[in-house]
Structures are given as structure tokens and as C-alpha cells.
Design a protein around this ligand. Structure first.
Ligand SMILES: Cc1cc2nc3c(=O)[nH]c(=O)nc-3n(C[C@H](O)[C@H](O)[C@H](O)COP(=O)(O)OP(=O)(O)OC[C@H]3O[C@@H](n4cnc5c(N)ncnc54)[C@H](O)[C@@H]3O)c2cc1C
Length: 380
């Protein structure tokens, strides 16, 4: 299938399954789109990221990025679940899962039957992810987990948690961390939903882990290398977030543009005022830059080129573009945007998460700065 055929089928699916009223209904009722996942699986969307040798479609990341842009433009709720399956689940298991783990997870993830949530953050470990305290100790033939995770999105419905836990001593920092594949129905797991101000269709949970027993093969990858493994696949989730929020920016722009053409004040459309026209021009330029960065990064991923700096940059540029574009959009729509009925308010409200979610933009800037020193040969 060509990229345009894939994108057409995604468009048809979204218009049928998630018309505008349905998006509003789900947002107002906090109804996640988990029920749409088998349909997305049937379309082959999750298989795009899986190599042909593993039974997938082996698509280029440029194709995946275009799908993410389209999903994000239509409704972030569906883009976010796509990213969870691809960015965290499939990429982790494909990159460091054992043959048995790949046999178990890849078909389930690819079909949309199941997904994984990433359970990294803890109450005392947000940006400083190496400060996690959840501990896994050897117990019989397997492992026993104790600790607490917080703000874990979609955890209740996930079939597995990809969960970093400390297997070494605290003073070992990042090096004492291992990854585990934890079935969410394991005894000893208790989840409490966290009330929040946006992203209503992506519930987030506090998770208590008390004497959770896991078999030996729950270890994902190598013992003590969990942090390095996570870092080695983060560019996929940053690329995914950058693409989907760029899609959301496009949606905000289109709403603002239509409003500027249609809303008449002082006997002319408001878009004919330079103050509004320049705001729209700035929005357009920022979104185009963001899209270029997304596609540049996708090209690097396709070439297996180093892209630590570019993936951090793309995440910053795209999320700050969405934050600013939705803020400008709210100003252009004014009362029409402030209405609970408006799509702009949902985009604006939801956008506030992305400049700090999945790695704060301050941490992203640290990465960019560190990479600059590496490139110039200074500071090493
Ligand atoms: C809705 C939602 C969903 C989430 N989903 C998940 C999930 O599915 N899985 C998961 O594991 N986590 C999840 N998180 C957690 C998220 O990844 C963290 O919120 C994020 O990493 C930031 O951590 P924090 O909120 O503890 O902020 P903190 O780390 O406390 O940071 C607070 C502020 O200090 C700044 N700061 C901290 N250190 C530095 C520094 N060295 N230099 C400069 N500035 C610094 C930060 O940039 C930020 O501005 C979610 C969070 C939310 C709100």
C-alpha cells in the first residue's frame, strides 16, 4: 500500500468511528478509545512499526509519522493510544524482548487486542527518573516487587506494565535499574485513578505494588541495564509525541482560520485585521517548522542515524508550538473558544501536559545542550 492509500484508509476509519460529536461525547464523559483498538489493528496501523520478519508491515518511520500527524489532527485521544502501543510497547519488546516475550506480546499488540503502559514515574522520581525506589528482589525462581508508581496513564486497561525497578543498590543510580514486564492482573497491584484537568480520555493512575510476585522471565532485557534500554528507545516515543502534537496544532490552526474568516465584527471578518492575520501567519509558520522537524527526525530514524539531539528538539518544538498555537487560537475565538462546546478549549486544555509530559522540556533542553558539547568536542 502506498502512503496516500494508508492515510486515506486512516481518514475513512476516523470519520466513521470518531465523528466530531463522538469526540466531544468521549471527552465530556471521560471515555477512552480502547474499543477502537481492534479496528486500528485490523487496518494494520500497529503492524506498520513491526518488521516483516516479525509478521508486521515494516513501514518506514516517515510513513508512521504521517499516520501520527493524521491521528493527532483528528483526535489526540486516538493518537495517544497509538503511541502507547508503538512508542513504548512494540519498540521496547522488539528491541530488547526475548524471543518468548516477542512471541507473546507482538501479535497481541499488533492486533490491537492489548497494550502496555509505561510505569516509570514515582512520587519522588519525575524528571529524576534514576531516583526510583520501587524494588525487585529475587524470590524463589522469580522476582518480588514492592513500591509505588504514580501518574501511569492507561494502566488499568493495559495488559502489561513496562516497569523499571531497582535491582541494585540505591547508590548505583541508573545502573541498578532493570525493566520488568508486569501483568496488570498480578495479585498485589492496587490502582487509584488520579483526577486531572485535561486529557480526559487518557486516565492516569497511582499504583501500589505490594509483594507482587513475578516469574523469572518477567525480566525484560538485561538485569541492571533497564535504564540504558529505556533511553535507547526514547527517540521513538519523542518522535511519536512530536508528530501527534503537530497534528493537533494543525487542527487548532484550521479552527482558528475558519473562525477568522467567518466571524464578522465592525462589518468585516475579524481575519482582515492585521493583529489577527499576523497571529495566524505566525501559527502557520510555527506549525510548518514543527512538521519539517518531525519529518527530518523520521528520516534520521529510517537511516538508523544518531538522533538524540533531534528527538529532544522535535519534542520541544512541537509541544511548544501546540501550547502557543492553542493559546493564540483561544484569543482568536474569544468567547466561542471558551465555550465548553468548543474543540479549541479541549486542544488548549490538553496541550498543557505535553511540554512536561514524557520528559520535561527543561530536561529536553539539557539533552540538546549536552549533545552540543559532544559535537564541538568541548566539555568532555
Ligand atoms: C497526565 C499525566 C500523564 C502521565 N503519564 C505517565 C505515564 O504514563 N508513565 C510515567 O511513567 N509517567 C507519566 N507521567 C509523569 C510525567 O512523565 C512527569 O510528570 C514528568 O516526567 C515530570 O515529572 P514531575 O511532574 O515529577 O516534575 P518534576 O520532576 O518535579 O519537575 C518540576 C519542574 O522542575 C523542573 N526541573 C526538574 N529538574 C530540573 C533540572 N535539573 N533542571 C531544570 N529544571 C528542572 C522540571 O522541568 C519541571 O518544570 C504523567 C504525568 C501526567 C501529568
Amino acid at each position: 500500500m502506498s502512503d496516500s492509500e494508508i492515510l486515506d484508509s486512516v481518514g475513512t476509519f476516523l470519520h466513521r468511528q470518531l465523528p466530531p460529536d463522538e469526540i466531544k461525547r468521549r471527552d465530556a464523559g471521560h471515555v477512552p478509545p480502547y474499543d477502537l483498538m481492534p479496528g486500528m489493528g485490523e487496518l494494520g496501523l500497529f503492524a506498520l512499526a513491526v518488521p516483516e520478519a516479525e509478521g508486521g508491515l515494516g513501514a518506514a518511520w516517515k510513513t508512521i509519522a504521517q499516520v501520527q500527524l493524521k491521528l493527532g489532527q483528528h483526535a489526540y485521544m486516538v493518537a495517544s493510544i497509538f503511541n502507547r502501543v508503538v512508542g513504548f510497547g512494540l519498540m521496547s519488546v522488539l528491541n530488547y524482548g526475548s524471543a518468548a516475550q516477542r512471541r507473546l506480546l507482538v501479535p497481541a499488540l499488533m492486533s490491537g487486542e492489548a497494550f502496555c503502559a509505561l510505569a516509570l514515574s514515582e512520587p519522588q522520581a519525575g524528571s529524576d527518573a534514576g531516583a526510583i525506589r520501587t524494588r525487585a528482589v529475587r524470590h524463589g525462581d522469580g522476582w518480588r516487587l514492592n513500591g509505588r508508581k504514580s501518574w501511569i496513564s492507561d494502566a488499568l486497561q493495559a495488559r502489561w506494565l513496562i516497569l523499571p525497578a531497582r535491582t541494585g543498590e540505591a547508590h548505583e543510580g541508573h545502573r541498578g535499574i532493570s525493566l520488568f514486564l508486569v501483568p496488570t492482573n498480578s495479585p498485589g497491584i492496587a490502582m487509584t485513578v488520579l483526577p486531572k484537568i485535561g486529557n480526559n480520555c487518557m486516565p492516569s493512575f497511582d499504583i501500589g505494588l505490594q509483594d507482587v510476585d513475578l516469574p523469572a522471565d518477567a525480566l525484560l532485557g538485561e538485569e541492571g541495564r533497564g535504564f540504558a534500554q529505556l533511553m535507547s528507545t526514547l527517540h521513538y516515543s519523542r518522535a511519536s509525541m512530536a508528530a501527534t502534537v503537530t497534528g493537533a496544532s494543525e487542527s487548532a490552526f484550521q479552527i482558528a482560520l475558519s473562525h477568522a474568516r467567518e466571524r464578522v465584527q465592525f462589518n468585516r471578518p475579524i481575519g482582515q485585521n492585521q493583529a489577527i492575520a499576523h497571529r495566524l501567519a505566525d501559527m502557520r509558520m510555527r506549525i510548518d517548522l514543527s512538521r519539517l522537524m518531525v519529518m527530518h527526525l523520521a528520516g534520521l530514524i529510517d537511516q538508523s542515524a544518531p538522533c538524540r539531539r533531534e528527538s529532544a528538539q522535535a519534542k520541544i518544538i512541537a509541544t511548544e508550538t501546540l501550547r502557543d498555537v492553542t493559546d493564540a487560537g483561544m484569543q482568536i475565538l474569544a468567547s466561542a473558544g471558551y465555550s465548553a462546546e468548543s474543540d479549541m478549549q479541549r486542544l488548549w486544555r490538553d496541550s498543557r501536559l505535553y511540554t512536561f509530559g514524557e520528559g520535561t522540556n527543561e530536561v529536553m533542553r539539557d539533552i540538546v545542550a549536552r549533545e552540543l558539547q559532544l559535537e564541538s568536542g568541548a566539555g568532555l
